[in-house]
Design a protein around this ligand. Structure first.
Ligand code: ZN
Length: 186
């Protein structure tokens, strides 16, 4: 989820190089449901490390494997967001499932590393409980609220081929599509 420019030219160059590795709107991988991960092996842990590197360099707060073209149910996120990096270790969730959602929803602005500069309003449950495995195969249960709940729900949506364009108002969706078509590479 989300990205914006760095002031420092070197960091900005690295950000753009990371974003260039992320599939962009129009790529079929973003619309294809991903398959469960079956093997908790060294290649999986290498894939997680690569996703973390790209997420940090791209200045994102979350990244899903299909955004790198891997149709596997795997996401990474940093719970504290960029300003609160000390607040929590980055998370890697394998085969995550939302097992409970709060009834109350809240509207928040979301961007996506696969949608360029697009930002739209998305209404989501304010809290969610997620079951998953860690890259070693151990079971995890996360009770998330606020930004963490929003980021995890956004990334899990990617595993089902769902984008924020599907979750915003028809007006904002139309406007975003117009902008995406105007900026799409020829
Ligand atoms: Zn996204």
């Amino acid at each position: 989820m989300s990205s914006r420019a760095f002031d420092d030219p070197e960091q900005e160059e690295q950000r753009l190089a990371a974003v260039a590795q992320i599939r962009q709107f129009g790529d079929p991988a973003l619309r294809t449901p991903a398959a469960p991960v079956a093997a908790f092996d060294a290649p999986l842990r290498e894939e997680v490390e690569r996703m973390m590197r790209i997420m940090f360099a791209a200045r994102g707060v979350g990244l899903a494997a299909p955004q790198l073209g891997a149709l596997r149910r795997l996401i990474v996120a940093r719970p504290g967001g960029e300003e609160e990096e000390e607040e929590g270790e980055p998370l890697a969730l394998v085969n995550p499932v939302v097992v409970w959602r709060a009834e109350e929803e809240e509207v928040g602005e979301e961007g996506c590393l696969s949608l360029g500069e697009i930002v739209v309003d998305v209404s989501r449950p304010v809290a969610a409980r997620i079951e998953a495995r860690d890259p070693a195969g151990d079971e995890l249960e996360i009770q998330a609220e606020g930004l963490v709940a929003r980021v995890l729900q956004h990334e899990i949506d990617h595993l089902d081929g769902v984008l924020i364009l599907d979750r915003t108002s028809p007006e904002q969706r139309r406007e975003a599509l117009r902008e995406l078509r105007a900026t799409a590479p020829a």
